[in-house]
Design a protein around this ligand. Structure first.
Ligand code: BGC
Ligand code: CA
Length: 359
């Protein structure tokens, strides 16, 4: 699906959402528009498979780009019908969507859990109907994925992203003495964290800070703020840090690009000279994140391989939908425990930005 079409669909759903939410029928509308096909499985030719997807929040920048990649992959395949639902940050809504997709005859369902600690309803419904589930991006705990042999996870290794972000920050701090603006030999830093309880928030924070210290940077933590992956929330939080510390913040490590961009928004709004800004690092390499690196507003970011993850999800969905097994993908992807596919992260700075901008 083309970018503009995807945006138009979201805009249309946004436009209609109040009316349809009240009527309680946003979900079927959304699914039908996005799939561009009927939800009546009996009407499909028997060799066509039906893939259902539910995402935790359609406004998440990384996930909306991920879904662009996924739909583009599927667009090229003629024997697949796709339905996509937005769970609007409600696990209850998502549970109902999964049940609906099963009733509608989906052969495989991809779930971006709202609450990664609460997959029971989804798992029970899928198991009962014998429909395989591919969880993605929001990782369920090990005990839960072990509850049935047709549950899978596609994502990345959160620890690796934290380590790479810490390494990027460390090499900047160690090579550019002007980062230590007050010259006290320590780097005054803050961390912007994603949703509490999300594997990528907890683990990225821990590993990025640990790596920075292990690499020999002396640090002085000014504070941290939870901004739920969200640009506007991060801007508000960073604006109040700027009020407290003025130009005393030397480094900001953010759990994702959108929050790093919120920090940049706060500095731009503050009118502070660019030379007094901290070095700012993100994770994701979304289009807007890459542009901020190109424009020298973000010092670096870490590539969360949405193309690779979307491709793995598409390949696995089609394979499982046709009754195959994950092992058939062993030549293309590294599979762990017969259940997990994790794509590697990569460091991005001004020196290799073009490679990513042209992806
Ligand atoms: C991404 C974030 C995104 C989150 C959603 C993370 O892996 O880095 O940008 O908001 O997933 O679950
Ligand atoms: Ca300092």
């Amino acid at each position: 699906m083309k970018d503009h079409l995807w945006k138009k669909i979201f805009a249309r759903v946004r436009h209609c959402s109040r009316r349809f939410l009240i009527a309680g029928c946003l979900v079927p509308l959304f699914a039908t528009i996005l799939s561009g096909c009927t939800t009546n499985s009996a009407a499909r030719p028997s060799d066509k498979i039906k893939v259902g997807v539910t995402i935790y929040d359609q406004y998440d920048t990384f996930l909306s780009q991920y879904m662009d990649c996924f739909t583009k992959e599927l667009e090229a395949v003629e024997d697949v019908d796709l339905v996509v639902y937005n769970a609007s940050q409600s696990q209850q809504t998502q549970n109902a969507q999964v049940k609906k997709m099963i009733e509608d005859g989906c052969d495989v369902i991809c779930v971006n859990l709202v609450d990664r600690t609460d997959p029971s309803t989804v798992i029970d419904a899928a198991k009962k109907a014998d429909v395989p589930i591919i969880f993605f991006n929001r990782e369920l705990v090990e005990g839960d994925i072990g509850r049935w042999n047709r549950l899978f996870y596609i994502g990345a290794d959160a620890a690796q992203s934290g380590i790479l972000e810490g390494e990027l920050a460390a090499s900047t701090c160690l090579s550019d003495k002007s980062i230590d603006r007050n010259g006290d030999g320590k780097i005054q830093y803050i961390v912007l964290e994603g949703e509490a309880g999300h594997q990528d928030a907890i683990v990225r924070t821990e590993y990025s800070v640990d790596t920075l210290i292990k690499k020999g940077v002396e640090v002085d933590k000014l504070g941290y703020a939870i901004a739920n992956w969200n640009r506007a929330q991060a801007q508000t939080k960073v604006a109040s840090f700027i009020e407290n510390y003025g130009d005393g913040i030397e480094l900001i490590m953010s759990n994702n690009d959108d929050m790093a961009l919120g920090a940049i928004d706060a500095y731009e709004a503050s009118g502070m000279l660019k030379s007094d800004w901290p070095a700012i690092f993100g994770i994701d390499g979304t289009t807007v994140g890459l542009e901020a690196v190109r424009d020298d507003k973000m010092t670096g970011t870490v590539y969360n391989d949405k193309e690779g993850q979307a491709e793995a999800m598409y390949r696995l969905a089609v394979t499982l939908g046709h009754g195959g097994s994950i092992e058939e993908l062993a030549d293309e992807f590294e599979i762990t425990d017969g259940k997990y596919i994790r794509l590697p992260y990569e460091k991005i700075t001004a020196t290799n930005i073009n490679k990513f901008l042209s992806r």
